[in-house]
Design a protein around this ligand. Structure first.
Ligand code: GLC
Length: 737
């Protein structure tokens, strides 16, 4: 009897029916792929399809029957957005969701410092984790193609190499918290006007050389666990279910093992979504009659319509196996990852990160003495002034509000006026100077001319009595400014600021202009204004960062991640007809091709007002002669270049040394020079360091459209070492054999 019982017991165990151990999919000690396979084997077709679409505004389903949790997502790239209602875009008005607002990603890019990117990702990841989010909808790495794009402030500039280097540490550190990055908006969402449907057409070279590299780096180096499909079309097919960019490039060439998530409302067709690589559909307005209706989420394209097509054999079962596997993998990496830390919000470390990213991102554009042989106005020496007048709506405006999905509800927000008062005390007076109306969506809030005139008159009167005037202006997060869902209506400063600048400078030559914006602006008054600072949207500690730099407590070290064209027509995207920008409302053609930003200014010899990579310091840096390890290079060798750099001034500072490569002669048109390496070094007064760059054959390749491959073409090249894309301090020729 005993043996029979033992035999039965052993048989039952071997069949797992009486398994003492945890099921594989719930067992953390098992490899993720085994857990995915096991979970899939236990799920019904209905349960697999349910994973593929939203169940609320910002969540997608898990598998309740198996104890597999839901996925919770949240904006945004600059901080964790306040809780949104279950079923609509309204705020839930919780009392525990105030967080840290970090500087906008243009500011992070302007630091040119990957360490700042790592600190950013760690801090925002801890805040997202604490808020129990599984997916953070950022960072954005679309390329700054035109200063008219309303969303450039969320991205990392005009150069694919800078954006590639600067997004990777953010993603890596964010994901160490068990929170997935969702890199966006893939791809070619380079304007907001008609973003939901504009059909972007461009050459393969522009696609591969300019618009894809940052996404490629995010996937291959950053290891991003999810990516967000963009609203627009690409060559006739919606990006959220686009065979070329999702199946062939992302999941094929780049071997992406994560999830493709739509932008909210980016899905438009069940069959295409099924076969063209979409994994999770969010935010769809499926019934076409109303948005956010009471309709259940089962009306989504990847819900019941997809289930029906699977059952009728109209789409292969392999599509749902692939989608469900990717979504389960994302769940195991996040919601079911028990190794993840607990996170935290509004810590001293997070505020320090926000402040120091701001400090390293602020760009000193101009700082010339007002009178010959006089001292420049910056840094502001308190002892020299008794009456400092701060002017401008942006000196007090809560710039965390507005702008679209990246808007934030903060626990603390130090304004520029507060920051300057903390340093200069009651020497500081304030005049609003201009008014900007409320951050709204869909239309601009008009300011009556009487208000414009009276605010300006008041500021001018006060400026007459001041020793120094600091105007904090720029753009803001209102619609048609730096805001999602619309593009700018003018390249010049809004709200009558140009007239205000002229009027202030007319009564007081000691004028410091601080621009808070995520975009370049036209500067008709540039010759008259002695000091100009590009200040970005700096987040919770913005006022402290600005005061740190204006007071000289911190020596500015930021450099521009995008060019400032003198006038809009000087920008490549805007140099052609409407089809190039903004398109004809249906179709668009990127006519500047690979000549984006400084690539256009250099190659067409149309100098920008302030160049890509430009940024001054309170000290000066002397560059020695660059020396290359050889005069020739074969296609399987590398070349090193060394440059001595010295701090020739009297204050410590940081310098960003940039290496550009120019192909002297090529079978295709190539930009005059392209950024291929950079480094940021700190130097004490008088200190000299030697910087070494290693050039590889990959740095010399261009995308060959006939071969559909990255190609090396032997010939003569030039290495340019620059303090900016136009401030070239040394050049070394070499030949590729
Ligand atoms: C918005 C934005 C996207 C955001 C999403 C959710 O339309 O385009 O960046 O993450 O919808 O708010």
């Amino acid at each position: 009897m005993k043996n029979k019982f033992l035999a039965t017991l052993l048989f039952a165990c071997s069949m797992g029916t009486l398994s003492a151990q945890t099921p594989v999919y719930l067992d953390d000690s098992q490899p993720v792929e085994a857990r995915v396979k096991d979970a899939l084997s236990r799920m019904t077709l209905e349960e697999k399809v349910a994973l593929c679409h939203a169940q609320s505004k910002f969540s997608s389903a898990g598998v309740p029957r198996l104890g597999i949790p839901e996925l919770w997502m949240s904006d945004g790239p600059h901080g964790v957005r306040a809780e949104i209602n279950w079923n609509d875009w309204g705020y839930a008005n919780w009392t525990n969701d105030s967080i840290t607002a970090f500087p906008a990603l243009t500011c992070l890019a302007a630091t040119w410092n990957p360490e700042m990117s790592a600190r950013y990702g760690k801090a925002i990841g801890e805040e997202a984790r604490y808020r129990e989010k599984d997916v953070l909808l950022g960072p954005g790495v679309n390329i700054y193609r035109t200063p008219m794009n309303g969303r450039n402030f969320e991205y990392m500039g005009e150069d694919p190499y800078l954006a590639s280097i600067m997004c990777v540490p953010y993603i890596q550190e964010l994901q160490k918290n068990g929170v997935a990055a969702c890199v966006k908006h893939y791809a070619l969402n380079n304007q907001e006007l008609w973003r939901g449907h504009i059909d972007v057409n461009l050459s393969d070279r522009a696609l591969y050389e300019i618009y894809l590299p940052a996404f490629k780096a995010a996937v291959e180096q950053g290891g991003a666990w999810s990516i967000m499909g963009s609203y627009n079309k690409i060559r006739g097919q919606h990006a959220c279910h686009n065979d070329l960019i999702l199946n062939k490039i992302l999941k094929g060439d780049w071997k992406f093992d994560g999830c493709v998530i739509t932008d909210w409302g980016g899905a438009h067709d069940t069959y295409e979504a099924a076969v063209n690589g979409l994994d999770i559909e969010m935010g769809s307005y499926t019934n076409g009659l109303t948005s956010e209706s009471a309709f259940t989420y089962n009306d989504y394209y990847l819900a019941h319509p997809y289930l029906a097509m699977l059952k009728e054999g109209k789409v292969p079962m392999s599509t749902i196996e692939d989608k469900a596997s990717r979504i389960l993998r994302l769940i195991f990496r996040t919601a079911m990852n028990r190794q993840k830390p607990y996170g935290a919000v509004c810590t001293d470390e997070h505020y320090a990160a926000a402040r120091e990213i701001g400090n390293e991102g602020i760009v000193l554009l101009k700082n010339t003495p007002v009178v010959k042989k006089g001292a420049p106005l910056l840094p502001i020496d308190a002892a020299k002034y008794q009456n400092i007048l701060v002017v401008g709506d942006n000196a007090v405006r809560l710039l965390n509000q507005g702008g679209g999905s990246s808007e934030l509800k903060v626990k603390d927000m130090v304004s520029p006026l507060d920051g300057l008062r903390a340093v200069y005390g009651d020497k500081v007076q304030y005049a609003k100077g201009y008014a900007a109306g409320r951050p709204m969506y869909g239309r601009a809030d008009e300011v009556p001319q009487t208000v414009v005139d009276s605010l300006r008159a008041e500021a001018v009167e006060m400026a007459k009595k001041a020793d120094l005037v600091v105007l904090v202006g720029g753009l803001n997060k209102n619609h048609f400014q730096d805001c999602e869902g619309g593009d700018r209506l003018q390249y010049g400063l809004p709200f009558g600021q140009n007239e205000l600048i002229e009027a202030l400078q007319g009564v007081n030559k000691n004028l410091v202009l601080v621009l808070l914006s995520g975009n370049a602006v036209e500067m008709p008054w540039v010759a008259k204004v002695p000091a100009i600072v590009q200040g970005w949207y700096l987040g919770s500690m913005g006022g402290k960062s600005l005061a740190d730099v204006l007071s000289g407590a911190v020596n500015p070290s930021g450099k521009l991640p995008f060019s400032f064209p003198a006038k809009l027509a000087d920008c490549g995207a805007n140099a052609f007809d409407a089809l190039s920008y903004p398109g004809d409302s249906i179709k668009q053609v990127y006519k500047e091709d690979v000549l984006v930003g400084y690539r256009w200014h250099d190659t067409k010899k149309i100098p920008a007002l302030f160049s890509f990579g430009h940024g001054l310091s309170y000290t000066t840096f002397a560059y020695g002669k660059p020396v290359a390890s050889a005069k020739t290079m074969t296609t399987d060798e590398m070349l090193t270049v060394t440059i001595p750099v010295k701090n020739a001034g009297s204050v410590a500072g940081k310098e960003i040394i940039q290496l550009y490569v120019g192909d002297e002669k090529c079978s295709v048109l190539r930009p005059a020079k392209e950024l291929k390496h950079f480094t940021k070094i700190a130097l004490e007064p008088g200190e000299e360091k030697t910087v070494t760059f290693t050039l590889t054959p990959d740095d010399l390749k261009f995308y060959d459209e006939t071969a559909s491959a990255w190609t090396l073409e032997p010939g003569k090249f030039k290495i340019y070492i620059g303090a900016s894309s136009t401030d070239i301090r040394g050049m070394v020729p070499f030949e590729l054999k």
